[in-house]
Design a protein around this ligand. Structure first.
Ligand code: ADP
Ligand code: TYD
Length: 221
């Protein structure tokens, strides 16, 4: 299977949404589905993915909520992205694989840019420098009331909860920011996070078929 893309490479799919919206559940289900159907696919997450980025993840997501300032934090998120991009995502796309990533650039724009007031142009410039301006082919935004999401997130054996101690208003702002970005932009599919795990998985699989169909017809035409 070979996919075309704006740079002649694989297909890049990201998942976004508030904490506990169901992203990692859906990332794993989609990964399993594609693997079982013999598609070349990898899954990764941000912050994380590579050894260095996973170490940075621990620094970012564990410990006291006020342990570093917003700019320090933003630079570590970006450093983690850079390593994940260079060592994992870019090589996989270059060898025509499907890459599924749990959070990506939109998380930085929403959390660091819109919520922590760090200059969005600056964040975009650094992100675009890391990725050479490459954006995901598709982004699934799982939309859920943050109160429900946080309840779900706290339920599991979760140690990466530094940000989950922030206020409900903070998480509401995240949800609104995501919706503002995703509305009227073809790259996103907004999915109702209140649906069952299986219903969401089915919506995503149907949509991924469409995306793959487009990629294949670009190659054959
Ligand atoms: P995220 O990666 O967005 O933080 P997770 O996929 O880890 O979210 O899900 C958080 C919790 O909610 C998990 O216990 C998961 O089993 C549960 N969950 C995920 N999706 C749904 C859903 N659609 N309905 C009910 N519970 C869900
Ligand atoms: P994670 O446990 O992966 O997310 P979730 O709680 O949804 O399962 O935690 C990642 C946290 O890091 C989440 O609160 C969002 C935040 N984050 C940023 O602030 N900026 C970023 O660029 C990324 C990738 C994540």
């Amino acid at each position: 299977m070979h996919f075309d893309h704006n740079t002649n490479s694989g297909i890049f799919i990201t998942f976004e949404g508030g904490d506990g919206s169901g992203k990692s559940t859906q990332v794993k289900l989609l990964y399993k589905y594609l693997l079982e159907n013999n598609y070349p696919v990898i899954m990764t997450r941000e912050p994380g993915g590579t050894q260095i980025s996973e170490q940075l993840r621990t620094i970012l997501l564990q410990g006291n909520v006020n342990k570093m300032n917003a700019i320090t934090e933003a630079l570590i998120f970006l450093a983690a992205r850079s390593d994940n991009w260079e060592k994992l995502i870019k090589p996989a796309l270059d060898s025509n694989k499907i890459v599924i990533c749990d959070r990506f650039q939109d998380s930085t724009i929403v959390y660091q840019g819109i919520c922590n007031n760090i200059n969005i142009n600056l964040l975009n410039n650094i992100c675009n420098t890391i990725t050479n301006n490459m954006l995901p082919n598709r982004t699934y935004l799982i939309n859920i009331d943050p109160v429900i999401g946080l309840k779900r997130s706290m339920r599991q054996d979760n140690v990466d909860i530094r940000f989950e101690h922030k206020s409900t208003e903070y998480h509401k702002r995240i949800q609104e920011a995501y919706l503002r970005i995703a509305n009227n932009n073809d790259r996103y599919l907004i999915i109702d996070g209140n649906l069952s795990i299986e219903e969401i998985n089915n919506i995503i699989i149907k949509d991924v078929w469409k995306i793959m169909g487009k990629a294949i017809s670009k190659v054959t035409n």
